[in-house]
Design a binder for this molecule. Structure first.
Ligand SMILES: [Zn+2]
Length: 113
């Protein structure tokens, strides 16, 4: 399961960060997840619940920031909301779309105790 390995890396990275700041516990982790990142949110949340057990993140609040997709047409330059990667340009119908936003998958911030 894709989301399980993502959850494991989130836990690993957050713990490394906390250790480098000599913290014993993590209070909050803020994640940025783009609509086009290919993440099943419910699976990720479930995977995180499992992965945080026995780690510094066990009692951490996990804040999720969802980022909507946005594309730019390479043909006519029009910018528009992108719900998936197979959306054609609403102005000229071109599929040559550059993704501007929505592929994010990262830890934005970590609050430690
Ligand atoms: Zn276009």
């Amino acid at each position: 399961m894709h989301e399980l390995s993502i959850a494991q890396s989130i836990v690993e990275i957050a713990e490394q960060q906390a250790q480098s700041r000599n913290a014993s516990e993590i209070e909050e982790v803020e994640l940025e997840i783009g609509a086009l990142a290919g993440i099943e949110i419910s699976s990720l949340e479930f995977a995180l619940e499992t992965c945080v057990k026995g780690t510094m993140l066990e009692n951490a609040r996990i804040v999720r920031r969802d980022i909507a997709g946005e594309g730019c047409c390479s043909g006519c330059g029009r910018q528009f909301p992108l719900e998936n990667l197979f959306t054609p340009c609403p102005a000229c119908g071109s599929y040559a779309i550059k993704v501007l936003k929505g592929k994010e998958l990262r830890i934005k911030s970590i609050v430690v105790k």
